[in-house]
Design a protein around this ligand. Sequence first.
Ligand SMILES: [Cu+2]
Length: 636
Amino acid sequence: MLWKFIRGLLLLFVAVVLAGPVQLRAQNLPAINVNDNRSPAGELRDGALTLRLEIGEGNWRPESDDGEAVSIYAFGEPGKPLQAPGPLIRVPQGTEIDVTVHNTLPVAAMVRGLHQRPGNAAEAITVEPGATQQVRFQAGAPGTYYYWATTTKAPLIANWTPVETELAGALVVDPPGATPDDRVFVIGRRTAPGIRPVLTINGKSWPFSEHFTFTEGDVTRWKWVNTSNVAHAMHMHGFYYRVDAVSDDGERVRPTTEADPPILVTQRVPDGGTFDMTMTAEHPGRWLFHCHMIAHMTPDTRFLEGGVHPAAAYDAAHAAHSSDPGSGGMAGLVIGLTVLPKNPAAALPEWKPVRKLQVTLIERENVRPAILVEVRDLAKAPPPPPPAGTVIPPQLIGPPIVLRQGEATEVEVINRMKEATGIHWHGMELDSYYDGVAGWGGTGQQTTPPIMPSQSFVAKIAPLRSGSFIYHTHWHEPGQLTNALYGPLLVMPPGREFDPATDLNFLFSQGVFEPLVNLLLINGHPQPLVMPLKTGVKYRFRLTNITPNAVSLRAALRRLSGEPVQWRAIAKDGADLPATAAIMKTADQFVTVGETWDFEYEAATPQELSLEVYLPGATSKARVTQGLLFSAAPPR
Ligand SMILES: [Cu+2]
């Protein structure tokens, strides 16, 4: 009895000591509900919405419902639990909105975004502690917007403090008479120096965020609201989507036109921006829609559960034969899509490979970068071995892999590294089992395995379209992605060979060079040599961003005066642009993480240009320039 009492005291003592430093959840605070943004808040009657909002503090569980909680500020409706993100305001155009905001916090809150669109983003109402404020406004122009609040007088969402990161809600204005059949997603990011980040979609971090099940051919509309303090690069696996409207500031919405790319796989959304998209679930299998920034989807962001290395993020043996495949070794800004076949009984088309490639991943000792990628076409004789003692110079890019449209190709990936991996064929429409997301991709009971050290995996690819794609590691830690485990993946149309003399790959990445500085690279080099080119030749510039996190990277083709030239956009994310979008543009373009753009440029007269790759507003370390010398004489 006495022992039990002493043990009880000891356990209590240990619990208190352990709980001290990791205490995130404040006692005596109400639980915050996660808001899936399916039910509009308030009461809509006779063209008027009456909404009562409350700001309070509560405990939020961004991972599992019984996982650790973190205390944050949030919006709610009086008498109901607080919500992360805040209650959805959704009304038809022309609605009169009558909102009261009651502040239960001990600090004043400035509430922004409760005004007619388009309006002044800086406009705010200040609600003192314990006070209530009322605003009335007309909804304004149809579109996807948001409202938010700050207790630190933050002028922009980019200036938020961690406790405020879910203190925002979507505001959607529908065209009159519309019957919305879409879904609304709010992106959140809680971060600060010294705390582990939490990245959420509608208040939950993957794999606790929503999983969707569609049937092949289903058409779905999604609205994305980025109320986090950074931009994101939203990437779809397996099929393309269409962007219908964008807003860079949450005030003005620009419907996309026929001058915009009609389909894409990666869309950059700035902090405080929104976009509407439509997609057709074209291919059966398990797919992902996620931010391509590694910091926003690595399992290392499994904040409340301690962070997980990819190798530990799933059980390979379980994942290989499971209809419940788990997380795919990811966390954060990810949602899962299962697309069921329309006709499950239909026989699969027969697979008759006409070409076989071998991609060998070699890890080298005491060399930086450590990873070397070798590509071999098995129909061709192997290259002679290099003479003894030859040192292959470090290169921070894998060689291009060139496929042909419609040609069934088997790509065997041989892993001679010490670590497991998965290789993703970025932008390709292929069977999800071969998509490279170990522990997630596949259909039914079959799940893509990781490629373990000294093992290999055969990916079956029959490219549906020609264009510029990427192969890269889908093993979600920065080591492989800054060590050259990526390269250009090009698909040529029938009857056309890849001609490196006119078809120019410019792949932007990051890598660590001595003395251990992380540099921006063009084709693996921090200081590329000047490239000799000819006048009167049409060049295809294939631009690819496979940096870990440079979401706001831009590429500009400039004259020596600094002025950008004009070039013709011809493809985006591997999809050719129609004539209406294949137009001349100023050569200064966002190329976000996981995005490819193809442009055409021809110099009529001898000239010197530079392809400048840069992060706007950043230091010189985030800038790299490729010189291009156009001359009438053929380059020697
Ligand atoms: Cu992101």
